[in-house]
Design a protein around this ligand. Structure first.
Ligand code: ZN
Ligand code: ZN
Length: 207
């Protein structure tokens, strides 16, 4: 599986393009950057986008979601516990951070713990990791964790926004701590890390 990261400036979350090794299929996770920016940066080539995914329904992860839905026609998939936040400016914190409502139309697909998502002939598994929002999910394949706003390099997501819950976040982090140490972590904000490094240096996900 191949992972490319775009965006990550200012409010933008990291926008990930996830492809099979042969680059025959792609998923976009957290489309904070518009379609043409990614298309141009890749030298105007992009495999067919099978799905648009949100690690959770917060405004900074969906800044360009309507653009991707329009340009690719791909279905949007989100964890079922964040489905109601997609169009709700309070729950998706558009209102808090921008002063106005924003969001997107209902998702075509709702996901749950253990669901698998195909990327060509490879698969990602949905790990439900509530705490930052009720419907936060991480995506896992052996060696790879896309951790959204649950786990960052040296830090964790906040749990004081609508629907956040510290006890749930801590339980989610304990589960992530059980993944193989050499798992590469691709967070919703900031640089890549590994489970091993976080267990050593991140005070919230100790042994
Ligand atoms: Zn968030
Ligand atoms: Zn975020």
């Amino acid at each position: 599986m191949k992972i490319e990261c775009y965006g990550g400036r200012g409010y933008e979350s990291n926008c990930y393009l996830i492809m099979d090794d042969g680059e025959t299929h792609a998923l976009v996770l957290d489309p904070s950057v518009d379609f043409h920016t990614v298309f141009r940066q890749r030298g105007k080539s992009l495999p067919p986008i099978d799905k648009i995914l949100l690690s959770h329904a917060h405004f900074d992860h969906m800044l360009a979601v309507d653009d991707w839905r329009e340009k690719t026609g791909a279905p949007l998939a989100v964890h079922e516990a964040d489905a109601a936040a997609l169009g709700d400016g309070e729950k998706n914190v558009y209102r808090l951070f921008t002063g106005h409502d924003g969001g997107t139309a209902p998702a075509e697909q709702l996901l749950r713990e253990g669901d698998t998502i195909a990327v060509g002939d490879e698969y990602l598994t949905v790990l439900h990791t509530p705490g930052h929002t009720p419907g936060c999910m991480c995506l896992y394949a052996p060696g790879i964790l896309l951790s959204g706003d649950t786990l960052f390099a040296g830090d964790i997501g906040r749990s004081d926004l609508p629907g956040g819950r510290t006890s749930e976040l801590m339980a989610s982090l304990r589960e992530l701590g059980k993944l193989p140490p050499d798992t590469k972590v691709y967070p919703g904000h900031g640089p890549q890390t590994t489970i091993e490094r976080e267990k050593k240096y991140n005070p919230y996900i100790g042994e």
